[in-house]
Design a protein around this ligand. Structure first.
Ligand code: CFM
Length: 456
């Protein structure tokens, strides 16, 4: 079996090419990373969200100034829990709040003024990142020119990210633009004063609910030093020095392989793609990184220590979760990152979906999923509803938009983008992940919901 058409898609031939069942004997790849069919209420985000919300936003010591209507600044707060230890970060919302008259007469003056004003009000910021949005890009505001002028005036770097919402089919385009921009304008502009043979970058790690804070000690205990994470809890200065690493470790391979490729090509720094979720994947990733540096023994010591620490509690969750059926719908990488983790917990995966996966994401899904799993590219709400009703999974791992759909249908769900009570990465994270799934499934509330069942 390969491509399938859901009932709600009968008559919409295109959607059938986005939906298939995994089959290792004759694997297929869906049509993906293409424009959503007009009229299809996609769950996707825009390119601006990928640039501002995902890659740029976590940088902790810069002013993130959104040049557009105030609504676009929703992404400043609350939408993605990329934590940091800098009080400047995530507490303020900088926007030019463009109005009709700016759209008619142009918004460059207002933008320049906003940069000068915010730099004066927040002298502790080390740079200004300016982000284009659909309206200010459509009217042709020249962000680069304004950034150059303003940078001379404030004597600090001002960077213009030109990834307006419409410029790609999903947030994925914004990741790419932000990667290329940071590589071309920031990386390589400062040198590391005290290089060591064990310097690495952790690329595609955004410190969601503290993921970085559990991964960093694992690498450090092996004897490595992280110059920067790209871009979780990153400061501007460390991004400038990314090119001084000996190895790049790439966690999110959808949003950040671009910069790893660029750094490899220009500075000859190799990179290793890794999965740092679950015991087996995290352990193997640490082993591979260690092998690069000849630190195998130290890696084994870290792994043994961590396993001893988590196993007793993990066994409880394993028992409770064994044979539970999961459906997972996240951006893209976490679908293939988590399929082996769910198997490791003794669970079954019945369906998976990605918002903006590219072919390599689906290749990885096909490699990691057992046969017979329903996979959907860029699903809409009607499709999700049909799949939830049809499969009745015990847990739906998904985001805030889809979570409530599932809960109303009596199917437990946890926030799998920003987490419930993370971090979820690494060994410690696995315990949190298992505990949150357990809490969701076994909550007594389900017996009160129509269509729900008392799983406890
Ligand atoms: Fe990478 Fe991410 Fe993801 Fe992503 Fe995202 Fe995310 Fe995600 Mo939400 S950077 S692609 S654009 S792993 S915000 S931390 S959870 S959709 S699967």
């Amino acid at each position: 079996m390969s491509f399938v058409t859901l009932k709600v898609d009968e008559g919409i031939a295109e959607r059938g090419q986005h939906t298939y069942i995994t089959d290792s004997t004759s694997p297929v790849l869906p049509v993906c990373n293409v424009r959503t069919i007009p009229g299809d209420m996609t769950e996707r985000g825009c390119a601006f969200a990928g640039c501002r919300g995902v890659v740029g936003g976590p940088v902790k010591d810069v002013i993130h100034l959104v040049h557009g209507p105030i609504g676009c600044s929703f992404y400043t707060w609350g939408s993605r829990r990329n934590l940091s230890d800098n009080p400047l970060h995530r507490r303020y919302c900088w926007s030019t709040d463009t109005q009709e008259k700016d759209i008619v007469f142009g918004g460059e003056k207002k933008l320049c003024q906003a940069i000068l004003e915010s730099a004066a009000l927040f002298p502790e910021a080390n740079a200004v990142f300016v982000y284009a949005t659909c309206p200010t890009a459509l009217i042709g505001d020249d962000l680069d020119a304004v950034a150059k002028r303003a940078s001379r005036a404030i004597v600090k770097p001002v960077h213009a990210f030109n990834a307006p919402g419409f410029c790609g089919v999903s947030q994925s385009k914004g990741h790419h633009i932000a990667n290329t921009y940071i590589f071309e304008h920031i990386v390589g502009t400062r040198e590391l004063e005290d290089p060591t043979p064990y310097d690495v970058n952790l690329i595609g790690e955004y410190n969601i609910d503290g993921d970085l804070w559990v991964l960093k000690p694992l690498l450090e205990d092996m004897g490595l030093r992280i110059i920067t994470a790209f871009t979780g809890n990153a400061d501007y200065d460390s991004l400038c020095k990314m090119h001084c690493a000996k190895l790049n470790i790439v966690h999110c391979q959808r949003s950040a392989t671009y910069i790893a490729d660029l750094v490899r090509d220009k500075y000859h720094i190799p990179y290793l793609p890794v999965t740092m979720f679950g015991i087996e994947e995290t352990s193997n990733s640490l082993r591979e990184v260690a092998a690069f540096f000849g630190l195998q023994e130290r890696a084994e010591a870290v792994i043994t220590r961590e396993l001893a620490r988590i196993e007793p509690e993990l066994n409880f969750y394993r028992e409770k979760l064994s044979d539970k059926r999961a459906m997972v719908y996240v951006g893209a990488p976490r679908v293939w990152h988590w399929i082996p983790v769910l198997y490791e917990l003794g669970m079954e995966v019945v369906a998976g979906a990605t918002t903006f996966g590219h072919e390599d994401d689906y290749q990885k899904i096909n490699r990691r999923a057992h046969d017979g799993v329903l996979i959907i590219d860029n699903p809409n709400e009607l499709e999700l509803e049909e799949v939830i009703a049809e499969y009745r999974p015990d847990i739906f791992l998904t985001g805030l938009k889809e979570k409530y759909l599932s809960m109303k249908m009596g199917v437990p769900s946890i926030n799998s983008h920003s987490y419930e009570d993370g971090p979820y990465a690494g060994f410690t994270g696995l315990l949190n992940f298992a505990r949150d799934i357990y809490k969701a499934i076994y909550s007594p509330v389900w017996k009160f919901v129509e269509g729900g069942s008392d799983r406890g």
